[in-house]
Structures are given as C-alpha cells and as structure tokens.
Design a protein. Structure first.
Length: 116
C-alpha cells in the first residue's frame, strides 16, 4: 500500500512491507519492524571514518517469530545514525528500529563536485 502525507512534502513513501516501513524527514529515515517478534541485528556492510554504512536493500536485522525469520532491509544506502532496539529484545510490528542518515559526508560531497 502506498501512502503520501500531503501535509509534508519531506515525508517519503514507505518501503514495501518485506523491507519494513520507513519514514523520512530531511536526510533522516526511520526504519520500523515489519513484524512482531525478537530482533536480531546483522553486521554493517562498510565502515567510513568510524561510522557504520549500509547499502540499499541490505538486511539490517531479522525479526524472529518462532521458527520463522523476517528480514528488515535498508530502504536506501545511508549511515546508521542510531539503533533504537537492542539485539535480542522483543519488538512490535511498526516499532521504530533504526535511524538512517542519507546525507553524504562532507568529503564525499566535495568529491562529487570535483568529478562532476
């Protein structure tokens, strides 16, 4: 289901349910649990100057539901700005899990200008 908030043009459309929904404001995206269960974090894809970075579609975590696992995917490539739920904690469907910041670091913005 696609929804759009007409009150704020900064809110982006949610990702498909299999990825977990995400809501954005500016360069920040909040990723929420696609299902209820117990959260298990997965390792980051890359590090840059001490920050964790993930790529679009990368599995961030898994929600355990008995014998079933539901993966939570990053809706875009971004820096992990905050983890809101600890590994092993129970989560509810729709509960905020991770903040992502898709603002490129200053040195990457400079490289883009130099190459463009």
């Amino acid at each position: 289901m696609r929804t759009r908030d007409r009150r704020s043009p900064l809110l982006r459309e949610p990702a498909p349910d299999s990825m977990g929904e995400s809501v954005g404001l500016g360069g920040m995206r909040l990723v929420v649990a696609p299902a209820a269960g117990r959260l298990r974090h997965l390792p980051p894809m890359a590090f840059h100057q001490g920050d964790e970075w993930v790529s679009a579609g990368q599995a961030l975590a898994q929600v355990e539901q008995g014998n079933n696992l539901v993966e939570v995917h990053a809706p875009l490539g971004a820096r992990v700005a905050g983890i809101l739920v600890r590994d092993g904690e129970p989560v509810a469907k729709g509960q905020p899990l991770v903040w992502l910041d898709d603002t490129p670091p200053p040195e990457w913005r400079g490289e883009a200008r130099a190459s463009g």
